[in-house]
Design a protein around this ligand. Structure first.
Ligand code: SAH
Length: 264
């Protein structure tokens, strides 16, 4: 179970935080560290000293140019945020996230990512809108922002508690955690990559049929993302949705050539 959880750090600017995050992960048995566009040298001496023996996590970490590639194979993505946002999004406390982990990881293709933002600016809206849910670590409202590696530690601890309670046989625990995949699901879950292709297709089609004006977006695509991410669609469902869009594309290109009297 723990080997299918990825910690993703975006735009980290202090190598010490990368090292401390690696240490936080290793103490809790996590090993998959991904850095997206780091703003520092993540293998600097300070990272190695702060990793304090968790060098193997630093040696194995992957670097990505963009978030999409870092998340491509993930089926459940949460973004950790110290602040609330303009567009409300499904929220979980760390304990709720971990109680749901066995169910999220019950399918063979399942992989979970926990995304953390920049030390100075956190996660931006586009990044948060790529997540199924947001996790807020309940802190002092008057001083709510943890150090990056401290936030990683809290989430890694929660992952370990779920593993200690349910073990590697996540599927056996799902009867107690029926939301939303409490029974063995019939299809693999859609990956982040499947979803991003679907959202790109959806946007193209909505523009083509004049439903969406990219110059006046009015949060349409953000709301579409929230809707479909909330449904947590599987592979077959995403293929059906893509098929519907292709049928719409086809009739949208055919429709203008029809004689005016044939139209409604
Ligand atoms: N100054 C930033 C916070 C940066 S802290 C801001 O205002 O958004 C670096 C990262 O640690 C955050 O992006 C978030 O991923 C995580 N983090 C810090 N405090 C958190 C909290 N209370 N709940 C969830 N994540 C938190």
């Amino acid at each position: 179970m723990l080997d299918r959880i990825r910690i993703v750090l975006i735009g980290t600017s202090h190598p010490g935080n990368v090292g401390a995050a690696a240490r936080a992960m290793k103490t809790m048995g996590l090993g998959d560290l991904a850095l997206v566009s780091p703003r520092c040298e993540p293998n600097a001496q300070e990272a190695i000293s702060r990793a304090s023996g968790a060098d193997d996590i630093l040696d194995a970490m992957h670097r990505f140019e963009d978030l999409e590639t870092a998340l491509a194979d993930c089926t459940w993505v949460v973004g950790c945020s110290a602040r609330s946002r303009t567009l409300p999004w499904p929220m979980q406390k760390p304990r709720e996230f971990s109680a749901n982990l066995p169910a999220q990881l019950s399918h063979d293709n399942a992989r979970v990512a926990i995304v953390f933002g920049r030390e100075d600016a956190g996660l931006n809206n586009a990044e948060l809108q790529r997540c199924h849910a947001h996790v807020h670590i309940p802190t002092n409202e008057a001083y709510s922002s943890l150090n990056l590696a401290a936030a990683v530690q809290v989430m890694a601890y929660e992952c370990r508690q779920a593993w200690l309670e349910y073990g590697d046989n996540a599927a056996s625990a799902t009867s107690q955690h029926a939301e939303p995949f409490g029974v063995e699901w019939d299809n693999p879950l859609a990956t982040h990559d499947d979803l991003e292709r679907f959202f790109a297709h959806l946007e193209r089609t909505l523009i083509a049929i004049d439903f969406h004006d990219p110059n006046n977006p009015r949060q349409l695509m953000a709301r579409m993302r929230r809707l479909f991410l909330r449904a947590h669609v599987d592979h077959m469902e995403i293929n059906m949705l893509r098929g519907i869009l292709s049928a719409v594309d086809k009739s949208a290109t055919i429709a203008p050539s029809k004689p005016a009297q044939d139209r409604e």
